[in-house]
Design a protein around this ligand. Sequence first.
Ligand code: SAM
Length: 281
Amino acid sequence: MGRTSKDKRDVYYRLAKENGWRARSAFKLLQLDEEFQLFQGVTRAVDLCAAPGSWSQVLSQKIGGQGSGHVVAVDLQAMAPLPGVLQIQGDITQLSTAKEIIQHFEGCPADLVVCDGAPDVTGLHDVDEYMQAQLLLAALNIATHVLKPGGCFVAKIFRGRDVTLIYSQLRVFFSSVLCAKPRSSRNSSIEAFAVCKGYDPPEGFLPDLTKPLLDHSYDFNQLDGPTRIIVPFVTCGDLSAYDSDRSYPLDEACALKKKGQLAKEICPQDCPMSTVDLLPQ
Ligand code: SAM
């Protein structure tokens, strides 16, 4: 049977092995640079959510800076050392990690911040998109502290229902925002990359780490200025609860009915393939 685009060992996986990249993701950044000249004039860069480190490899080889720390790589997981790359192990949504990164760039800001962060996918689209957006906004928050005016921010984004809201938030800080899908990013994946150029925060904007999204200790009623509206997101039930998008086998549904756990059957006699739809009680 032929391989599909979902195969882990696709052409980019093999090319990455051949070229010594730690992950096939390296090609995503290389292709984004090909299109948008992200590395032009860049000497200092931050790689958020960097492990296993293929983007850091690309950055350390392709940008102009030298010496340890011209690339700062941050991830929850430790990664093998790379020449010229300073590593910080931590959660980018946490205040302590953000402070450590910002400290490094004090007095000498970065030209480029990239974030390829991906949460552990649950399969629940709303939750996955929300988690992804949290990573992106945490990355943006860090970027507002370390980027020099005119700097560039590139972050993985899930093209879900509410993606236009994120574009609008990014547009507040950058003169140009667009969404790009490199060839090496699988068609079957909703991932794409927000490419934001020309860092230009609104007049009077003062980056503030006590504001969202770090540590979740903020009071939603106390926000003002450009970050004044934050909408909390609440999920209900757990992953073992019934999935409203799926149909369940008839015997499973009958067992539920016997136990009185089936709220409503939708025309069981008309259901194809011996299935009935369940509605939650
Ligand atoms: N760009 C990387 C490369 O080229 O090797 C691959 C990044 S991988 C797709 C996503 C990474 O996001 C994982 O290593 C994961 O540990 C990291 N991550 C997820 N949530 C994070 C968080 N809150 N803080 C820091 N890293 C996080």
